[in-house]
Write a new protein. Structure first.
Length: 290
């Protein structure tokens, strides 16, 4: 399994000179499975660059798109995903619970009002999949869903590949919300148990509180503790606060590394950045960056 980050920001894109190193695009992660299957997690602005590369690659197999929830930062890149406008594209779109599919059976963003091209005008071979359970098979992997704590709801995914590689993608989740939780930290840790890579929303610091309690995002410290409890080999801090520049994210990375040395020496914390790729197997991880 190869995991590549194309967008790591939360809430709103943040282009500019202060976000060059980590990137300013919103959430999009590419996953290549052991059998070559392609999964795309979320359709934030990062999906535009991914689409260009897939066209250049002449990728001809079916693509599998999973959207965690329909807030704008997770779907706003879809109209700029070049493969959507090609007749030879084959895409399966997975809709758990119909939360982000419009009443007429199409994504609301392609309604002719929010974007000029309507859903029916897209030329690709599109298959909308409505799973009847929280576990499905895609290519060589088993994909499981967990419901997360976020206003309006959000889904997290665990991807278990046939070679033993495991990715957990858990964004837009408030591990310790002020009101009733859909899912407890213990539930999330159990869901992510033993994963080689856990990608989790870590948008906030204690200094952001209490103003942002209940906004549906987690504190960095809570995410590190989750990684420790889940025995994760690597925890990727994700969905970065738009007001934090590269230097601020550097400091978060340094503090996270210090915390891990003291509390979870077998776990590697990273601050997710655009262009970072992680190759996962059961026993070995390798890293590369563009």
């Amino acid at each position: 399994m190869r995991v590549t980050f194309y967008g790591v920001r939360g809430s709103v894109p943040t282009p500019g000179p202060s976000t060059v190193r980590y990137g300013g695009n919103t959430a999009c992660v590419e996953v290549r499975l052991a059998d070559g299957s392609l999964l795309i997690l979320d359709g934030g602005t990062g999906i535009r660059v991914l689409g260009k590369r897939l066209v250049q690659e002449r990728f001809a197999e079916r693509m599998h798109l999973l959207i965690t929830h329909p807030h704008w930062d997770h779907i706003i890149g879809l109209p700029f995903f070049a493969p959507l406008f090609r007749r030879d594209t084959k895409l399966s779109l997975y809709s758990f619970g119909q939360r982000w599919i419009g009443r007429r059976g199409h994504p609301i963003i392609f309604d002719g009002e929010h974007f000029p091209v309507q859903f029916a005008e897209l030329p690709l071979d599109l298959d909308v999949v409505e799973p009847h359970a929280d576990e499905i098979s895609i290519g060589s992997a088993r994909v499981r869903r967990i419901r997360l704590n976020h206003p309006g709801g959000s889904d997290g995914f665990r991807i278990d590949d046939e070679d033993g590689a495991v990715l957990c993608y858990l964004t837009d989740n408030e591990l310790v919300p002020p009101l009733t939780a859909m899912t407890s930290p213990w539930d999330v840790a159990r869901f992510a148990q033993g994963a080689g890579l856990v990608v989790h929303d870590a948008q906030y610091l204690p200094s952001d509180m209490p103003q942002k309690e209940g906004w549906g995002h987690s504190l960095v410290g809570d995410v590190l503790e989750l990684g420790r409890q889940a025995d994760a080999r690597t925890i990727a801090l994700f969905h970065h606060e738009p007001e934090r520049d590269d230097d601020a994210l550097d400091l978060i990375g340094q503090d996270a590394a210090q915390w891990a040395r003291a509390h979870a020496p077998d776990m590697r914390p990273i601050v997710a950045r655009e262009g970072l790729s992680v190759d996962l197997t059961r026993d070995v991880q390798s890293w590369s960056s563009e």
